[in-house]
Ligand binder design. Structure first.
Ligand code: FAD
Length: 466
C-alpha cells in the first residue's frame, strides 16, 4: 500500500457496483475498504430492489398458478388456495438477510474492510466516514440511486397509502385498488405482484405506450398481455394530484379529454430514480454533475477528479445491477493496472413480468433513426416446442441483423424465460456473431432457446417450425 494512506481504494456504497468493485480490488492485492450508510450490505438491489421484488414475483406467480390459473390446465387441482401475506414477506426478508450475510462473508474472505456510516469527501483523498477521516489513494463513488417522486406528491411508505417501490415491497395488506404511476419496469413488476395477490391494478402511463425505450413490438404485445391478465393500463395520461381522504387516496388523472378523479387504496409512484449525490461533499472535490444530477464520468469511469471514479446508478446510463457490477469490476481492474472493459452497447435489459421481456442491442426504431440498413425476423413462442409443452406460448423472439453483413444488431423477446434466454444472444453479439453463426449453432431440444435459433434462420426465410 502507498505510504500515508489508510487504504489504496475506498469504495463508497456497497450495492452491486460497490461490493463487486471492492471484492475485485482486494483480490488484485489493493488494500480496500467499502463503506455504506445502511446497516446491511447489498445496496438497493439486495435490500429494496432486484432481490425482494423477484422473491415476491416468484411467490405470487406460484400463487396465481395454483389458484386455478396455469396449474389447472394440466389437471392439477389444488382446492382453495390462500395467501399468508405475513409469511410471504417473512420469506422475502429472510432471502434478503441471508444474501446480505453472504456479502459480509465475501468481504471477510477477500480481505475487504467494511466501514459503516455516511461518507463525505473532505478532499480528493480524504473522506469523512461516520465522523472520522479516512485517507485513500483512490475512491470509487458507488452511491446508487433513490426513487424520485412527482412534484406535490409526498411519499409515506409507513402508512402504505402513497408509496414508492420500497413501500410497495412491504405493504402489510393487499389493497383493493392499487394505482401505479408509471408504466415502466418497476411499476409493471410491482403492479403484477399485487394484481396476482388480488388487487385491482390501474397503471397510468404518460407516454402513448408502456415500457418506454423498449422495442415497439415488445411494447404493444406486453400491453395486450398485461391487459388480458386484468391490469388496467391507461396511456397518454398523467397524475396531477394525490390526496389522502380518510382510508382512500384521491388521484387526479389528466388525459386528453380532461381531468378525472379516481379513488384508490394505495398509490405506487414508479416514475423513475435519481442518482444519490447529496451529502457526498462533491463540492469539495470539484466533481462535475450533469443536468440530471448524475456524476459525469469518462469512458474509463473516471470523474473530473483524477483519483476518483464513479460507477452504477450514480452515473448516467441504464439503472441496472449488472451494469453497476460490471463497471465496478472494470474500475477495480484499472486501479490494479489492468485493462477493465464494459461494453455499454450490450447491456441486457429484463422485465420480470409474466411472460418476461428481455432485450439487448438496438431497437428497430434506433436502427431506423441511425439509417442503418437492417433485416428483421419474428418467431412466435407458439411454434416453440418447449413453450408449447409448458402451455406458456405467449411471446416471440425478434432479431434485427445488418442487411448486408448479417451481424446481429438487436434481440427483443417476450417469453416465459426470456430473461435467461437473452444471455446466449448477448454473448453471441459480444463475439460479433452473424445471424448465420447463431442459426448454425446446435441448440438443445426441446428448449426455449431454440426460438432464438429459429428467429436467426427466419432472417433468411429458413425457419423450420414457422
Ligand atoms: P445501489 O444498489 O443503489 O447501492 C448504493 C449504496 O450506497 C446504498 O446501499 C446506499 O445506502 C449507499 N450510499 C449512498 N450514499 C452514501 C454515502 N454518502 N455514504 C455511504 N453510503 C452511501 N436492476 C436489475 O438489474 N435487475 C432487476 O431485476 C432490478 N430490479 C429492481 C427492482 C426495484 C424495485 C428497484 C428499486 C430497482 C431494481 N433494479 C434492478 C435496479 C438496481 O437495484 C440498481 O440498478 C442497482 O442497485 C444499482 O447498483 P449501485 O451499486 O449503483 O447502487
Amino acid at each position: 500500500m502507498t505510504e500515508g494512506y489508510d487504504y489504496d481504494v475506498l469504495v463508497i456504497g456497497a450495492g452491486p457496483g460497490g461490493y463487486a468493485c471492492a471484492i475485485r480490488a482486494a483480490q488484485l492485492g489493493l488494500k480496500t475498504a467499502c463503506v455504506d450508510a445502511r446497516d446491511t450490505l447489498g445496496g438497493t438491489c439486495l435490500n429494496v430492489g432486484c432481490i425482494p421484488s423477484k422473491a415476491l414475483l416468484h411467490a405470487t406467480h406460484l400463487f396465481e398458478a395454483a389458484r386455478g390459473g396455469h396449474m389447472a390446465c394440466f389437471g392439477i387441482r389444488t382446492g382453495d388456495v390462500h395467501i399468508d401475506l405475513e409469511k410471504l414477506m417473512e420469506k422475502k426478508n429472510e432471502t434478503v438477510s441471508s444474501f446480505a450475510k453472504g456479502i459480509d462473508f465475501l468481504f471477510r474472505k477477500n480481505g475487504v474492510t467494511r466501514l459503516e456510516g455516511q461518507a463525505s469527501f473532505v478532499a480528493s483523498d480524504i473522506i469523512e466516514v461516520g465522523g472520522k477521516n479516512v485517507r485513500a489513494k483512490s475512491a470509487v463513488i458507488a452511491t446508487g440511486s433513490s426513487p424520485s417522486s412527482l412534484p406535490g406528491i409526498q411519499i409515506e411508505n409507513g402508512r402504505g397509502m402513497i408509496v414508492d417501490s420500497t413501500g410497495a415491497l412491504s405493504l402489510t395488506r393487499i389493497p383493493n385498488h392499487l394505482l401505479v404511476v408509471g408504466g415502466g419496469v418497476i411499476g409493471l413488476e410491482l403492479g403484477s405482484v399485487w394484481r396476482r395477490l388480488g388487487a385491482r391494478v390501474t397503471v397510468i402511463e404518460y407516454t402513448d405506450q408502456i415500457l418506454p425505450g423498449m422495442d415497439c413490438d415488445v411494447r404493444s404485445v406486453m400491453a395486450k398481455l398485461l391487459a388480458k391478465q386484468g391490469m388496467n393500463i391507461v396511456v397518454s395520461s398523467s397524475v396531477t394530484g394525490v390526496e389522502i381522504n380518510g382510508q382512500k387516496v384521491s388521484v387526479a388523472v389528466k388525459d386528453p379529454s380532461g381531468i378525472k378523479t379516481i379513488e384508490v387504496d394505495t398509490v405506487l409512484v414508479a416514475t423513475g430514480r435519481r442518482s444519490n449525490t447529496a451529502g457526498l461533499g462533491l463540492e469539495h472535490v470539484c466533481i462535475d454533475i450533469d443536468d440530471r444530477g448524475s456524476v459525469t464520468v469518462d469512458t474509463q469511469g473516471r470523474t473530473s477528479a483524477s483519483n476518483i471514479y464513479a460507477i452504477g446508478d450514480v452515473t448516467r446510463g441504464m439503472m441496472l445491477a449488472h451494469r453497476a457490477e460490471d463497471e465496478g469490476i472494470a474500475v477495480a481492474e484499472r486501479l490494479a493496472g489492468r485493462p477493465g472493459i464494459v461494453n455499454h452497447a450490450l447491456i441486457p435489459n429484463v422485465v420480470y413480468t409474466d411472460p418476461e421481456v428481455a432485450a439487448v442491442g438496438k431497437t428497430e426504431l434506433e436502427l431506423l433513426n441511425h439509417g442503418i440498413p437492417f433485416k428483421k425476423s419474428h418467431f412466435p413462442m407458439l411454434a416453440n416446442s418447449r413453450a408449447k409443452a409448458n402451455a406458456a406460448t405467449d411471446g416471440f423472439v425478434k432479431l434485427l441483423a445488418h442487411a448486408e453483413t448479417g451481424v446481429v444488431l438487436g434481440a427483443h423477446m417476450v417469453g416465459e424465460v426470456a430473461g435467461t434466454m437473452v444471455a446466449q444472444i448477448t454473448q453471441a453479439m459480444e463475439f460479433g456473431a452473424t445471424a448465420q453463426d447463431v442459426a448454425y449453432t446446435c441448440h438443445a431440444h426441446p428448449t426455449h432457446s431454440e426460438a432464438i435459433k429459429e428467429a436467426a434462420l427466419a432472417l433468411d426465410g429458413a425457419a423450420i417450425h414457422y
